[in-house]
Design a protein around this ligand. Structure first.
Ligand code: FES
Length: 109
């Protein structure tokens, strides 16, 4: 099935998109598939929790899975990290995420 996710891009524009729960996608891949961030600025490590280019801020009150040690470690080194930061590539699209709202963190230079 598809769920709705709101994604605020790096220009502050809100996109409400449909994301499939049955294609084993993560949030970073969804952002890429809708081209909400320029190629080469997101998903640089391929989803290995090793670059933080997919960092986003979770704005809605969803009980998301805990961060793995790898995600924690990467966020500890990243820039612009906030309380609600997550790595999009570590968030697998599930039905529980219906209505999720996230904002893409600024590009790391
Ligand atoms: S794509 Fe590199 S940490 Fe998510």
């Amino acid at each position: 099935m598809d769920i709705k996710i709101k994604i605020i891009d790096r220009d502050g524009v809100l996109h409400e998109i449909d994301a499939p729960t049955d294609m084993n996608m993560n949030l970073m891949e969804v952002v890429r598939s809708y081209e909400l961030a320029p190629e080469g600025t997101i998903g640089i490590c391929g989803g290995m929790a090793m670059c933080a280019s997919c960092q986003c801020y979770v704005k809605s009150d969803h009980g998301l899975p805990e961060k793995s040690d790898d995600e924690e470690a990467m966020l500890a080194e990243a820039f612009n990290v906030r309380e609600n930061s997550r790595l999009g590539c570590q968030l697998h699209i599930t039905e529980a995420m219906d209505g999720l709202e996230v904002e893409l963190a600024p590009e790391e230079l």
